[in-house]
Structures are given as C-alpha cells and as structure tokens.
Design a protein around this ligand. Structure first.
Ligand code: PEP
Ligand code: MG
Length: 639
C-alpha cells in the first residue's frame, strides 16, 4: 500500500504507483466531478473484474491511484472536464477498460445532474421546529471495554452495517450505495486493522481512520466534495454505534444544521423528514439556498457557530432572524400556527392581483427551473424567469429546437397561458452545461458567462432563439439576455434575434456597468429585469458561492439599492426584478416602492409576496432613508 498521510489514511495524495499494461483516456462529464457517488459506481464496477485498475488525473497530474478504493478515487478530486488516464493490468484488463469507458460515457451513472430542482416538498413556511440533525454528531465511546478479539468485533459490526446499508439502499437508493462502498474500502480497512493490531480498541481505531478520511474530504477545494465528508461521518457513526452497542440512530427527522448548503444537498434531501435547514454560513444567493427555497423548505442562514447539541430541539424564525436552542415550545408553536394561518390565507387569495393599499398593482411571477415549478406555482402572473440552463441541465447533448419548444409550451400551459420570460442560456460561473464545455478560467464569474459565451460560438444561441420565436407564435413570450455589459452586446443579440413579431425583448441587469448605463442599453428594448443575485455579488465584489464573504453579499446593501433606484429612474422601459430579493416579502415591498412593477419569486413565496404587497402602502415607504442608510442592517430596520 502507498505511503500514508499524517492521519494514517491512504488518499489520492499518497498513492502507490502501479504499472498498467493497457490504458484508455476518459473525460469526467459530471457537474461536480468524480465525487463520492459516481466514484462509488466506478469502484463497484472495477471490483467486479479480475484486473488491477489505476486512475491518473491528466489535468492535475495526481495519481495513479487504485481504482478499487473509494477513498482514493473520490479524493483524487477529478473535476468536470478533467481527463483521466485509466490503466489496467490482469486477465480482464481489456474488458474492464471497455466497461469504464462505457460508464464514463454515461456520466458515471449521473443521468440527472444533481442540481436539477425537484418539485417543492417543504412546508413553505419561514419557521421550523424540531430536533437538530447534525452531520457527524458523533457517538460516545467513553464506556467502551475492549475485548480479546477486537478484529472479530469489527468484522461483526461491518457485516451488520453492510446488511443495514443494503436494506436502506433498496428503499432510498444511491446515497447508501456510496456508504456501502465507503464501508468496504480495502485501503481504509487495512489502516483500521493495522491500528487494532497495534493495540487500539476497535472503535477508537475505526474513528481515528474515518475522522482522517473525513478531514481529507473537508480539505478538498470543491464545496460539493467537501460536503461528502458528511457521508464518511455517517458511515463512521453507523459502525461506531454497532461497536459500542448503541441501537438508537441519531434522529434523521428534524432541522438539518449544516456549515454551508450546496445545491446537490438542497435538491436531494428528503423534505418529508427534514422540516427545515439552518445554515451556519450567512448568504442568501448561493444556488443551494435558491434550490431549498424553491422547494419550499424552511431555511435560515447565518446562524454562526452557536452550540447545537445533536437531537436537542431547535426553533428558527427566518423572518426575524432568530435561532433558538431548547425554546419555549408553547410559545414557538403559537408562532408556527400563526404563520401557517398566514400562509393558508395567502394561498387562498393567491389568484387575486397584488394591488397595494395606495392602488398600485404589481405583477408577481414565478421563477422556473423545471416545468414542475410552473405546475406547482399558486397565483403567479406568469414567469419572470425561466432558467433554461437549469431546465436542460440534465442533458448530455444539446436539446433540439423541438424539445425546447415542447418544454416552453409546457411551462406556458401550466401557467394558464400567462406570459413567460425565457432567459437565454446563462452558463459559466457556477453553472456549467454538460453539452457546452467551457475552457477553464481563473475567475469564472468574471469570465465568459451568459451572453458572452455565445459571441464566439453562436450556434446554440441561434437554436434557442428559434425555439423562442416558435413558442411566441403560440403563446405570450418575453425573451431576455443574461450577463449583459455593453451596448454592442445588446445590438448583437437583437441582430441574432431578427424580427420580433410581437415578442417582448429585454436584458438582465446584473452587472453594475449595465445598471449605470441602462438608458443606453434599454433604448431598443421592451423591459429590463434586475438579477439581484449577481448584481449584489458584482457590486460588493463578494462571490455568491463563497461562504467566507457571504455577509458582504447582501441584496439589501444600500449600494445595490442605489443601483436599482438608478435603473428604475433611467431605464425608460418596464423594470422587473427576478433575483431572489424579490422572494422576500419585505424586500418586495421596498422594490415596488422604488418603482419596480414586476417581481419574479420562487414558487412557494409568490402568495406571500402578493399578500404583503396588498397590505402595504408604497407611498409610506421612506425610500430616501433606505437609500441613504449606512448598511443592510439599517435597511432591514427601516422595512
Ligand atoms: C440573478 O443573478 O439574480 C439571477 C436571477 O440569475 P441567476 O441567479 O440564475 O444567476
Ligand atoms: Mg444571474
């Protein structure tokens, strides 16, 4: 086995070099790279052949590593687009390489990109109560008494854990297949056995090695991969419980407390069991947060490092920003009942227009990532944002014009023929499209994003515009271009679009330069739609995916609001907001008071945004004080 890192765990950094007789090259197409689940499929496949298989990441130079070890394959940390050299020796070398090539061609089994947003499953409330579910809560080892045959105890625990995981896998699918692969990782098990032979009791040896493996995942630079340390800790604790004889599993129903929230976790967690998510990091514009919100899962961010013992009942109220450990349950249940009533009334009135007390009617629309978002939407006056790169994000090949028309038609139909706003492909930054590979960039958010991508290669853009025009012949359609910076870009996009034939055309205002010169950019347009998520990150120079700077990326920062105010005053056309600020009912009232006439929100928030607008008097909002405020906190105090 290879040399070991300081924690005694074999990882990709400490791999043995094994000579291979044959080799092929494959490319990692998976959005999150060769993370734990696709890696588990690869390991499972390799272990079925009589061959020694190695992997080398040709883009990072890491490897070769043993492809039969999940810890080695996953911590190789091969990212999307990386080329892997797969080497094999042994009697079935040729067969295993062919099988690996097939698996790679199928995206290592990730048929559906995991950030695809499933239909809403949460309560849609902004409050939640339940026992805290912590990743890796830990098992008490204090009372453990070692016996004569610690290896035998370990083997017994492993066998039982394996049975449990196979049973769970039958019901809940793949996550448990990855756990099973982690449980039977030969390299890691060798380390545990070595530690036991050196005199350590089985639970301590097991814990030390799996803690080391979790730390290795946590040290990876990809946020999604870092989150997979949760899988390692779950396997660690399952075996520890068996070793120390604890039968009770830590609660899995309750409030999930996580350091950060990635989109895949938000998209795949079981909303029938997780009543809410409390994120330690601040920030509300990352895609994990957007996905959780669009599923109606109660969510609070920025709870910080408050001590939360696992299993203890916690309550949060995202509206007031409070997070309580062991709250007065009667009091908080009363708050929950009140919010449930409020939500039920808002849903009952959802189809009514959002006319404010001083008589201004604001259109409230829904943001759509999958057709189901439109199906589930209550009271939406159409869609102010169809994220096409999400709609087709699970595709390995570009959708045809017909397929796009079918999807757009289905969205329009679900919204009762009300206008839909199709945003052309917005890729780049943190949104890759499997069928449109991009060059690696040092600063992808400042690189070829959105419209910029297509100036060099317009074919996919042209196909999409064709689909937009065809859909517009049947149903009201608006089209908008993302990530616009210059007047030349607008002119180019309009030229590509050709005759408008009643189609309403707009741009997204996401770049401060576009906000400042909106009067020039909007000259030939029907509307502009402010993308507050990106406008906030570019105004505050705070990456929306970086938890460390999340407190800076606050859409209520007065600097962002001043830009919005400037856009409203100077656009000369209808101004919408489709960024996530529009999903916050209080912020929605402020945006309307600033002069925005259309708001597009995540589905579960549409009825609440409408209800809040109906109760408001826009003339009474002190916009001057808000714009002159010192910071976002002061703005909140004024709302
Ligand atoms: C935005 O930037 O506000 C926006 C709506 O676009 P996305 O979140 O998809 O980047
Ligand atoms: Mg954007």
């Amino acid at each position: 086995m290879g040399k070991q890192d300081h924690l005694g765990v074999a990882t990709a950094e400490s791999a043995p070099v094994v000579a291979a007789d044959r080799a092929v090259e494959v490319v990692v197409g998976n959005e999150h790279g060769l993370h734990a689940r696709p890696a588990a499929r690869l390991v499972g496949l390799v272990n079925g052949f009589d061959a020694v298989v190695t992997l080398t990441d040709l883009d990072t130079g890491k490897g070769p590593v043993d492809a039969s070890s999940l810890s080695m394959v996953a911590t190789l940390n091969a990212q999307q687009g990386h080329r892997l050299r797969v080497g094999a020796s042994g009697t079935e070398a040729e067969a295993v390489l062919a099988a690996v090539e097939n698996l790679a061609a199928e995206n290592f089994g990730d048929a559906v990109v995991e950030t695809t947003v499933p239909s809403p499953g949460g309560s849609g409330l902004d409050v939640a109560l339940g026992p805290a579910v912590l990743a890796g809560a830990g098992v008490e080892l204090g009372g453990y008494v070692a016996g004569d045959n610690e290896i035998g105890r370990l083997d017994g625990a492993l066998a039982t854990a394996g049975d449990q995981l196979r049973e769970l896998g039958d019901v809940h699918g793949e996550i448990f297949a990855a756990h099973l692969a982690l449980l039977s990782d030969r390299k890691v098990l060798d380390d545990v056995r070595t530690a036991i032979s050196g005199g350590q009791p089985a639970p301590m040896a097991w814990k030390q090695v799996y803690d080391g493996l979790a730390a290795t995942f946590e040290g990876l630079d990809d946020a999604y991969q870092r989150e997979r340390a949760q899988d390692v800790r779950a396997v660690r604790d399952r075996v520890l419980r068996l070793l120390v004889g604890v039968t009770e599993e830590a609660p899995t129903d309750g409030i999930l407390v996580v350091p950060e929230l990635d989109a895949a976790t938000a998209a795949t967690l079981d909303a029938t069991r997780i009543a809410g998510i409390a994120v330690r990091a601040a920030g509300t514009t990352g895609h994990g947060v957007i996905v959780a919100r669009s599923r109606g899962i109660p969510l609070i961010t920025g709870i910080g490092d408050v001590d939360v013992p696992p299993g203890v009942v916690v309550f949060f109220d995202a509206r007031t920003g409070s997070f309580e450990v062991a709250p007065d349950e009667d009091r908080v249940r009363a708050t929950i009942t009140e919010r449930e009533g409020e939500r039920a009334r808002a849903i009952a009135d959802a189809e009514q227009p959002a006319t404010t007390r001083d008589g201004r009617t604001i259109d409230v629309l829904v943001n759509v990532g999958v057709v189901q978002d439109a199906v589930d939407a209550r009271g939406a006056d159409g869609s102010g944002l169809v994220r096409t790169e999400v709609l087709f994000g699970d595709r390995r090949t570009a959708p045809t014009v017909d397929e796009q028309v079918d999807a757009f038609r289905a969205i329009a139909r679900a919204l009762g023929g009300r206008p839909i706003t199709i945003r052309t492909w917005d890729i780049g930054g943190d949104k890759p499209l499997p069928f449109l590979p991009q060059d690696r960039e040092a600063n992808p958010f400042l690189g070829e994003r959105g419209l910029r991508v297509f100036r060099r290669r317009p074919e996919l853009f042209r196909d999409q515009l064709e689909a937009v025009r065809r859909t517009a012949a049947e149903t009201p359609v608006h089209v908008m271009f993302p990530m616009v910076t210059t007047a030349d870009e607008v002119a180019w996009a309009l030229q590509e679009l050709g005759p408008r034939d009643g189609l309403e055309v707009g741009i997204m205002v996401e770049v401060p330069a576009a906000a400042l010169r909106v009067s020039t950019l909007a000259k030939d347009l029907d509307f502009v739609s402010i993308g507050t998520n990106d406008l906030t990150q570019y105004t505050t120079a705070a990456d929306r995916t970086n938890a460390a700077v999340a407190p800076l990326a606050d859409g209520l920062d007065p600097a962002v609001l001043q830009l919005i105010d400037h856009v409203v005053r100077n656009a000369g056309v209808r101004v919408a907001v489709c960024g996530d600020l529009a999903s916050d009912p209080q912020a929605a009232v402020l945006l309307a008071a600033l002069g925005v006439t259309e708001l597009s929100a995540v589905g579960p928030q549409v009825p609440l945004v409408k209800a809040q607008l109906r109760q408001s008097d826009l003339g009474r909002v002190d916009t001057a004080a808000v714009l002159a405020a010192r910071d976002a906190a002061q703005v909140r105090g004024l709302l």
